[in-house]
Design a protein around this ligand. Structure first.
Ligand code: G3H
Length: 255
């Protein structure tokens, strides 16, 4: 049993539409989970979904946020705008944003600041690629991602979370082993103690993402430093995602 509810987040990426929204909302409204659940649909659906799920336990979040607050930045969406339509958290620095849209630790730092200023929870995504993994550079990469995006952030009174997503595990069907995830999460926790302090670090959930499904979720959540999951592909099937949430519910304290 965990000391606090795990956080299970669905990242729909560039998928979904009215059918998936209806099926997901219907699925969640008929269940009562103690686990904390978040869904990050594409931007355009955030407002409607947040309205549908206003009185539920489900948080709606975004997959990205602008590093700018306002101005001549065509195509951008600010943290304050997201807040206004009912968004509660933002994924920041997902590996697909880093690889395809050339985001880096510096842009993540700015986005985390904007998100915190708007009162949204940033979920900062970090992780090494296959080559870095094979060369034993995982902790080196994570060190830079954590320190360069988090140093100097004012997190007092704010919720933040980290999602460790080894890039080689994303969408590959090959999740990292629970033991290796535990080792990495413990490392992340220790770095968070250095960047902030131990009390603050204990309040930061560390999620695992990368080929999570209903067959491996329980073993991953059984690890002491795994505080939740970030689910991609399996979250596009509402029944499958509900089963993962139900497994997380089993390790969630009653109150
Ligand atoms: O944000 C989610 C991750 O990229 C994991 O995706 P996946 O569950 O499809 O491997």
């Amino acid at each position: 049993m965990k000391e606090r509810p795990p956080l299970v987040v669905a990242n729909w990426k560039l998928n979904g539409g009215t059918d998936l929204i209806c099926a997901s909302v219907a699925s969640f409204l008929r269940q009562n989970f103690r686990v904390q659940i978040g869904i990050a649909p594409p931007y355009v659906y955030i407002g409607n979904m947040a309205n549908f799920l206003r009185n539920s336990q489900i948080m709606i979040g975004s997959q990205n946020v602008s590093k700018f607050e306002s101005g001549a930045f065509t195509g951008e969406t600010s943290a304050q705008m997201l807040k206004e339509v009912g968004c509660e958290f933002c994924l920041i620095g997902h590996s697909e944003r880093r690889q395809v849209f050339l985001e880096n630790n510096a842009s993540c730092h700015t986005k985390i600041s904007s998100t915190l200023s708007a009162g949204l929870m940033p979920i900062i995504c970090i992780g090494e690629n296959a080559q870095q993994h094979e060369l034993g550079l995982t902790k080196h990469i994570l060190y830079r991602q954590l320190h360069e995006s988090l140093l100097g952030q004012n997190i007092k009174g704010q919720q933040i979370a980290i999602a460790y997503e080894p890039i080689w595990a994303i969408g590959s069907g090959k999740a990292a082993t629970p033991e290796s995830v535990q080792e990495v999460h413990e490392y992340i926790f220790n770095e968070l103690c250095t960047i902030f302090d131990e009390e603050s670090a204990k309040n930061i959930r560390i999620l695992y993402g990368g080929s999570v499904n209903k067959n491996n979720a329980a073993q991953l959540l059984a690890m002491p430093n795994v505080d939740g999951l970030l689910v991609g592909g399996a979250s596009l099937d509402p029944e499958h995602f509900s089963e993962i949430c139900a497994l997380a519910n089993q390790v969630t304290p009653e109150n």
